[in-house]
Write a protein that binds this ligand. Structure first.
Ligand code: Q0T
Length: 327
């Protein structure tokens, strides 16, 4: 029985080399990037830039691949282990934040998954979550403690973010007087999310739920930002997605990963321009250096950029969780 026949072409195989002195190999580990899952007849619901979503009985299966995006494109090269690192990071935060809001996690242990998934263990191990199906709110719940990205753009144009008036004189990367709730709506087909006002959020989800989503978003941000700051990282902003089940509101999606958040090295923070990305700066610098026009097809990354980027994900995981990760 060959569960994974045919996926080899979708895997990027790299040898992680270690040498002593005159290039004597002391260890040869093969680390493979999982670029796309292939779960046979399990119904695929969606492939995002990074994650693949499947229907499993009444539940959903979220699988984080090793795909990486930059400048709004998925690159031709994956970062081996990225999906595992981000999944383990989400699991850490779900646990830390469970006193604020329940979440959609059923299990991340493949041994506890339905029988139909066990054939795919090697693709799922460490990088998948079986989650409760919820009715998702059509709002991206963003909290910002610092101004950057689309928030900085809107502030430059109007002095506001999502209609919230901010003090004059802020620079790109400035800390805000207090964290703010800056909701956005998802746009179809790769277009950027659109920042919306709180009253537009009320119109979308109702006033009571809008107030509760704002309260939860700010409470989650506050706890996570404090945790990060104690470990020398700035959580500049982050995006949450919530859903509703019979019992009430639950936290869904991935949480507080570098894909859904801006993490900055606190010791390097210097408002007045774009801050270096904790995880993707080597990737961006490389893509700028080759003067890629940011149109498809996105290029591949050199081995050195892949390795340095992988190290940044491992470092983010270690600093935030104080745990080691085996890929
Ligand atoms: C969802 C119902 O994960 C997504 O896309 C990846 C390809 C976005 N998405 C999430 C849901 C979730 C979650 N998470 C949930 N618990 N219940 N829907 C749907 N799309």
């Amino acid at each position: 029985m060959v569960a994974e026949g045919g996926i080899a072409s979708r895997l990027t195989k790299r040898a992680a080399r270690s040498t002593i002195g005159l290039s004597i190999p002391i260890k040869v580990r093969f680390v493979t990037a999982l670029i796309q899952t292939q779960l046979g007849s399990i119904p695929l619901l969606a492939r995002g830039k990074v994650r693949d979503l499947y229907a499993v009985d009444n539940a959903l299966l979220l699988v984080a691949t090793d795909r990486i995006s930059a400048f709004d494109h998925v690159l031709a090269t994956g970062i081996p282990g990225k999906g595992k690192i981000l999944t383990q990071m989400s699991l850490f935060w779900f646990d830390l934040l469970a006193d604020i809001v329940p979440n959609h996690l059923i299990s991340s242990d493949v041994s506890e998954f339905p029988e139909s998934l066990k054939l795919y263990r090697s693709q799922l191990e460490g990088r998948s979550m079986l989650v409760r199906r919820a009715t998702m709110y059509p709002v991206e719940c963003v909290a910002r403690g610092y101004i950057a990205g689309s928030g900085w753009k809107e502030y430059m144009a109007s002095g506001t973010v999502c209609g919230i008036a901010l003090p004059p004189g802020l620079e790109d990367g400035s800390r805000l007087p207090q964290p703010i709730f800056t909701p956005a709506t998802k746009n179809e087909g790769g277009a950027h999310d659109e920042n919306i006002s709180f009253s537009a959020t009320e119109a979308l989800v109702g006033a009571a739920d809008a107030a509760e989503l704002r309260r939860l978003t700010l409470a989650l941000y506050s706890k996570a930002a404090r945790h990060a700051e104690e470990r020398g990282l700035i959580l500049a902003d982050t995006k949450f997605e919530f859903g509703r089940i019979a019992d009430g509101i639950i936290l869904a999606d991935e949480v507080l990963t570098p894909d859904s958040s801006r993490f900055w090295e606190a010791s390097a923070w210097k408002p007045g321009g774009a801050q270096p990305s904790f995880d993707k700066q080597f990737v961006r610098d490389y893509l700028e250096s080759i003067r890629w026009n940011k149109q498809a097809p996105a290029p591949a990354l050199p081995e050195e950029v892949v390795e340095r980027t992988q190290m940044k994900y491992v470092e983010a995981f270690r600093r935030l969780t104080e745990k080691d990760i085996s890929l």
